[in-house]
Design a binder for this molecule. Structure first.
Ligand code: FAD
Length: 652
């Protein structure tokens, strides 16, 4: 904090904060505001009313109107829903900050830490209509009047971060930049709670206690105890570039390209390749503070143009900085940008990053990360810690669909809803885990089409998802996500859990002595399998859940009719080719259909099963090996599986 509070009133400092686009300046002004009003960041009710009552200029009033309206929703219980809950949010990207706002509105005591000391990402994100609506309800237009007007449906990441950070700060969130999360620390005595380890080591946050840690750091597996996997698509190389918007006539006139891809504009891409040698699969151009371009480039053209110096056997080595020529890359994007804008931008000059380097990047997005689980609860010495993932660290988006912030914000709402349930103590821990995990399993299936009526969206899952049980996560699956040293409590939770009723399950549970309960997770997991199989069998018994074979074949035939050489009968369905063709039709970025070895039954099936599970939530009932060995391809299991595929894709 600074000693001398400037000689101006709260409204002036507020105005300065609104206009600030430098993180350090912003925090300085905010500290001034807090000093002026003798306030310390803290829970909503102790902070927000004072700011509101002291800032009376119209911009302030517009913001307070929006926030008051948003906060009046019953879900927040007037800022009491999460009273006394101490929440740490790791990462101040769009998702971390969005989660911080909701947790603060619930009344929690929220701290956000961000390892960087600047917000500098010029890259622009396209926002789905529901995200724009959501931002408007938070008063985002007070900061960025153009948002959501006309066809402005995009924003630079840094601008979005600033808007969300400023709102968080006005609500009382405590924010630290230059603070890097390392790990969480178990309670060490009966009186002590959960801590975290952050860098720098003498940081005050190291002394704080937390009940909830939300990982919004955009990284893979950054929090202990979470695993995940990478969904491998076909090789995909993206390039982003930001050119200076000099606001000259040419800059104003140049027309945006909201996204064109090869499939729809073959002539454009072919002509560009012939004229310039640049071969792309898609390109987007947005105009804002910068001229932002993002494109997917074909490897061969990058090699031909000397951008990639040499081809490598291992695709991971392909884009190492030692194998990329920066000069050739700059030349490549300049040519691509000039060509697609029909030379409307004659003096292209790359913007500089915070470190003074040209704002151009090339990266591989062949693999997309997805965590296996979205949450865990640990209990030690009577102290519970809820850990959860949101945003990219939960589910890495496929960027051309622009789904990052949309799915990311949904995951924030799901996480904050879980916090509310966790704090209320009314619902068993296993049940709240089941709910969050079920929602996580529906999340990847969100599209712009199935989230249309969003004006009444709230933290309540049923306001956003049609059927919250669809994810089908079982109480028995949740056991592995609850790690407690209170075996009695564990038993009570299990006994009370409404899903655990059959005598078989009870006897399974009785096998666990108090100490064994935690160690015997693997036994519990095999118990899960028993449950899942029972469920599948029950489903299989319902004949109406299986479509007749002839109908299935005719549906598949129709779906893949444009794929030459793919014939559909029950044996070809079994060898995996048809499933792969179908996937290629619906998710072309995830499978390189034309380079599949059609004879590799095991791998083709495994690949298809894997992608159908991750993308559409269809559990595989067989393995690739079983498909190869299976004597009776028309078994109930397989037909049941194909029926699920048919139902899911028909609903797409
Ligand atoms: P991030 O934005 O990655 O933020 C994470 C934050 O955590 C960072 O600030 C980081 O510094 C901080 N951090 C990391 N580790 C730590 C630590 N240990 N301690 C403290 N802080 C830490 N999305 C869209 O919605 N629309 C689009 O059009 C779109 N286009 C895209 C184009 C490209 C080329 C790419 C790559 C992505 C695109 N996305 C798009 C995705 C979008 O950028 C992300 O989904 C969004 O930024 C996710 O935000 P996040 O908050 O989860 O993570």
């Amino acid at each position: 904090g600074r000693k001398n509070v400037p000689d101006c009133n709260a409204s002036d400092i507020f105005d300065k904060i609104l206009r600030s686009d430098d993180l350090k300046d912003l925090i300085c002004s905010y500290n001034d505001l807090c000093q002026q009003l003798k306030l310390l960041p803290g829970p909503l009710q102790t902070f927000y009313p004072t700011i509101k009552n002291n800032v009376k200029i119209w911009k302030g009033k517009s913001l307070w109107n929006c926030l008051d309206k948003h906060q009046s929703h019953k879900v927040y219980e007037n800022g009491n829903a999460c009273k006394n809950l101490r929440v740490l949010i790791v990462g101040a990207g769009p998702c971390g900050l969005r989660a911080a706002i909701e947790a603060q509105l619930l009344g929690a005591n929220v701290t956000v830490i961000e390892k960087r000391t600047y917000f500098s990402r010029n890259n622009v994100v396209k926002l789905w209509p529901f995200v724009i609506q959501d931002l408007k309800t938070l008063g985002a237009k007070v900061f960025h009047g153009k948002l959501g007007t006309g066809d402005i449906e995009h924003i630079s990441i840094k601008k979005l971060q600033f808007i969300l950070l400023k709102i968080s700060l006005f609500l009382g969130v405590q924010f630290f930049h230059g603070t890097c999360y390392k790990d969480f620390v178990y309670p060490c005595g009966k009186k002590s709670g959960w801590h975290v380890k952050v860098n720098p080591i003498d940081h005050p946050v190291n002394k704080y206690e937390f009940d909830v840690i939300v990982s919004a750091d955009g990284n893979k597996q950054s929090v202990k105890g979470f695993k995940g996997s990478e969904l491998r698509g076909k090789l995909a190389i993206a390039i982003t570039a930001n050119f200076i918007n000099k606001q000259l006539d040419a800059d104003v006139k140049a027309e945006e390209i909201c996204g064109v891809s090869y499939i729809y504009k073959q002539e454009l891409f072919k002509a560009m390749k012939e004229t310039t040698g640049i071969d792309l699969e898609n390109i987007v151009y947005y105009k804002g503070d910068t001229h932002y371009f993002v494109m997917t480039a074909k490897k061969q053209s990058l090699l031909d143009k000397g951008v990639i110096i040499k081809d490598t056997l291992n695709s991971k080595d392909l884009l190492l900085s030692s194998n990329v020529s920066k000069l050739a890359l700059i030349d490549y994007v300049e040519k691509a940008a000039s060509y697609v804008t029909k030379e409307q931008l004659p003096n292209l000059e790359l913007e500089r990053n915070h470190d003074g380097k040209e704002d151009v990047a090339i990266f591989d997005f062949t693999n997309m990360w997805q965590a296996d689980n979205s949450c865990r609860i640990i209990e030690r010495k009577g102290k519970k810690l809820l850990l959860g993932l949101v945003g990219d660290s939960l589910l890495e988006p496929f960027w051309p669909t622009g789904s990052g912030c949309a799915k990311g914000f949904f995951s924030c709402f799901d996480m904050c809803w879980m916090m509310k349930q966790f704090n209320s103590g009314k619902t068993s821990l296993l049940e709240i885990i089941v709910e969050r995990e079920s929602l996580f399993r529906i999340l990847p299936q969100m599209t712009t089409d199935n989230i249309k009526n969003f004006t009444n969206y709230s933290l309540e899952p049923l306001s956003r998802y049609v059927n919250t049980n669809k994810g089908g996560f079982l109480v028995s699956d949740a056991l592995a996500l609850l790690d407690t040293d209170a075996p009695d409590e564990m038993k009570i939770i299990l006994d009370n859990s409404k899903h655990e009723k059959t005598s078989k399950k009870t006897s399974n549970l009785e096998q666990f002595s108090k100490q064994d309960k935690i160690k015997n997770i693997s036994q519990l997991q095999s118990h899960n399998t028993t449950n899942s199989l029972t469920l599948v069998r029950q489903k299989l018994r319902k004949r109406e859940s299986i479509m007749p074979e002839e109908l299935l074949i005719s549906w598949f035939k129709n779906e893949v009719s444009s794929y030459q050489g793919v014939s559909v009968n029950i044996s070809s369905l079994k060898d995996g080719t048809v499933l792969c063709a179908l996937l290629h039709k619906y998710r072309p970025h995830l499978i390189d259909f034309y380079s599949l070895d059609k004879n590799n039954v095991v791998e083709n099936n495994n690949r298809a099963f894997n992608i159908f599970e991750k993308e559409f939530g269809i559990k595989p009932l067989l393995t690739g090996n079983e498909m190869l060995e299976h004597k009776r391809p028309n078994s109930f299991k397989f037909l049941f599986y194909l029926t699920q595929v048919q139902k899911k894709l028909s609903a797409e």
